[in-house]
Write a protein that binds this ligand. Structure first.
Ligand code: IMP
Length: 182
């Protein structure tokens, strides 16, 4: 049976990154991360909710010991434009002091969220702190951020699927698609 996306299907635009492309790139990223963090004390900090699908697939391919903890942030509300105000809805449960921390994000757009998170987590004295994002939209950047692992660089379009939402819809779509605004 073909999956019904939802009643607003006309807003679901063309495929930007296919399921197969995502699978292949995730294997490459996981291999790189496993090599770089071999023998280290890796804690992956997953940024909810957008990164949930990405990390599920990435975690399965990571071949070294790793821990996973979660933070929930929001800056968009029900809009396709960043509000510029980052809120933490759920904080970490683990203590990251002295650990090698890798933030796992779905997308870096203006850079405000990741900039805020990096500053916030640095105050907790991790041994190292790096960023991994599935998608990078550098054209919209307003804050300069250092990203160690990037899945795909994409044009400045609002995208949905593979964990990314518009107003909490479309997260379950299996590929990254363009969102067609009114
Ligand atoms: P930034 O703070 O502008 O970099 O935005 C980061 C957050 O905004 C991401 O974690 C996403 O939740 C959301 N976001 C940015 N661009 C998109 C998009 O194209 N689709 C869905 N969510 C997005």
């Amino acid at each position: 049976m073909k999956k019904r996306i939802n009643k607003m299907d006309e807003k679901v635009g063309k495929v930007l990154i296919s399921k197969e492309q995502i699978e292949k790139r995730i294997k490459e990223l996981a291999k790189q991360i496993s090599q770089d963090y071999e023998g280290k004390d890796l804690i992956c900090v997953i940024i909810l909710r957008g990164a949930f699908m990405f990390v599920t697939d990435l975690a399965k391919e990571i071949s070294i010991p790793a821990k996973f903890d979660f933070m929930a942030t929001s800056s968009y509300g029900d809009s396709t434009k960043s509000s510029g105000v980052v809120r933490i809805y759920k904080d970490l449960d683990m203590n990251i002091e002295g650990k090698d921390v890798l933030i796992i994000e779905d997308i870096v757009d203006t850079g405000r969220t990741i900039n805020y998170l990096v500053k916030n987590l640095k105050t907790r004295n991790p041994k190292s702190l790096e960023v991994c994002t599935l998608l990078n939209k550098p054209a919209n950047r307003v804050v300069n951020v250092k990203i160690k692992y990037v899945g795909f660089v994409i044009p400045p379009e609002f995208v949905i699927g593979y964990g990314l939402d518009f107003a909490e819809d479309y997260r379950h779509i299996t590929e990254v698609r363009v969102f067609k605004e009114d």
